[in-house]
Design a binder for this molecule. Structure first.
Ligand code: RNT
Ligand code: ZN
Length: 413
């Protein structure tokens, strides 16, 4: 099937060998928080808060670092291509209780060793939720300076950690800031909190690091649960901030209106920003953080990355937390779909399509775009898996892992 598919793609001017090679080289950063419902390792963790929620009560989540690392070992073995691991600050490995503003690079050394063993880079997210100082929906833009200062110290600590990680691993560590700040009911003032946020960010970024070690991003959102009327860190706010301050934005495709695709935002931002980061998710009616599917939205995003030769400029990460199904299966399904969409995009004849557009041949362009949708993609995907020593039949091994490992878990933290 592959040989036939290869010949057919050749007629379209597409080199399947080159596509598979390139696909294997585009890093996808796997989010560690799918494994434990965004709980992290802090004692007495209350899980996701701040407008985000994990739904479902499938048993046997990872309860500690040993279990999470074991699950990740297993997950990494089932996913093709180049991988990174995306951590949250609450996955710091500490001997005693360490509050978030006191985190240090050494608390991530075990993760660095883990990543090194897997030939993977690490990325980081400061955690500005699930904490006594984040219970009223405000953190970096809080009216109370003592609250703001705590979170400023936390993010400064994270940037120091990220820069340390980046230096050690030899690739920049993404440090992505997302804050829940917002209001449930109609605000009396939409400006003051934004002015405060601008100033706290200026304070945070007043510390300079080598850009070869750390990439700073800001993640906007349209609304969180319980914070429906106002989000301080909106898209306009962060794009304007990033453009005027020399930092970058991260687009989470669940953070826009349900019919708004982020695919078109990529070329718009790439016109002005050297880097753009992504959180890929599947949103159902709201920012529901479902498992990434191989659907039109994800394919469109991949197409914009590939046809603009932006695979070094767009930093791809995953962000979802489904606790209603086996968490390993959720991880693998979503990560494979991200890879699938990249391979799919790599197998389209972009040069030919662009020529048709430039010469105004819109009838042929539309016809060919539609024909290309039914090219034998699956034959190339399967061949790609074989070359990565994988196969489409991975689910049985997850069932075995569930039986032998997960179902033995007692839930002790
Ligand atoms: C929340 C943001 C954020 C989180 C993670 C856990 O809406 O998407 O990225 O999901 O940091
Ligand atoms: Zn996100």
């Amino acid at each position: 099937m592959y040989i036939k598919a290869k010949e057919l793609y050749e007629k379209w001017g597409v080199d399947t060998e080159a596509a598979m090679e390139k696909c294997a080289d585009i890093p996808v950063s796997l989010h560690c928080w799918q494994g434990d419902d965004v709980q992290g390792f802090e004692k007495g963790s209350i899980g996701a808060s701040g407008g985000i929620q994990t739904t479902g009560d499938y048993p046997w989540r990872a309860n500690n670092k040993v279990e999470l690392m074991a699950d990740l070992d297993f997950v990494f073995r089932l996913i093709p291509g180049k991988k990174r691991l995306n951590l949250h600050a609450v996955y710091a490995i500490t001997e005693t209780d360490v509050d978030r503003d006191e985190l240090e690079p050494r608390h991530f050394e075990e993760w660095l060793d883990w990543a090194l063993r897997h030939g993977a880079g690490l990325d980081l997210n400061p955690t500005l939720f699930s904490h006594p100082l984040a219970t009223d929906g405000m953190t970096l833009s809080h009216p109370d300076a003592t609250v703001r200062d705590f979170w400023i110290r936390h993010i400064k600590a994270c940037r120091k950690i990220a820069a340390f990680i980046g230096e050690r691993q030899g690739t920049p560590c993404l440090n992505n800031i997302w804050i829940p700040d917002g209001l449930k009911n109609p605000p009396a003032d939409r400006l003051s909190a934004r002015l405060r946020l601008r100033d706290t960010l200026d304070d945070i970024f007043s510390v300079a690091y080598d850009k070869r070690c750390i990439i700073d991003t800001l993640e906007s959102k349209v609304f969180g649960i319980g914070l429906e009327n106002y989000t301080v860190g909106s898209s306009e706010f962060y794009i304007a901030y990033a453009a005027t301050r020399g930092v970058n934005v991260l687009l989470d495709n669940g953070h826009y209106h349900p019919t708004e695709s982020i695919a078109d935002k990529l070329p718009a931002l790439l016109t002005f920003f050297e880097k753009v980061a992504l959180h890929l998710t599947h949103h159902v009616r709201w920012d529901s953080d479902h498992v990434v599917l191989f659907d039109d939205e994800i394919k469109d995003i991949a197409v914009e990355i590939i046809r603009n030769n932006a695979e070094d400029r767009v930093l791809i990460g995953l962000d979802y937390f489904d606790a209603s199904i086996n968490r390993i299966a959720a991880w693998v399904t979503g990560a494979r779909n991200a890879q699938k969409s990249l391979l799919y995009a790599l197998l389209l004849p972009h040069d030919g399509f662009k020529r048709l557009q430039e010469t105004g041949n819109f009838s042929k362009l539309l016809a060919m775009q539609e024909e290309a949708k039914t090219l034998p993609f699956s034959a190339v995907w399967n061949e790609y898996l074989v070359r990565q020593n994988l196969s489409p039949d991975w689910f049985e091994s997850v069932e075995q892992y569930e039986q032998n490992i997960l179902s033995k878990r007692t839930g002790d933290r």
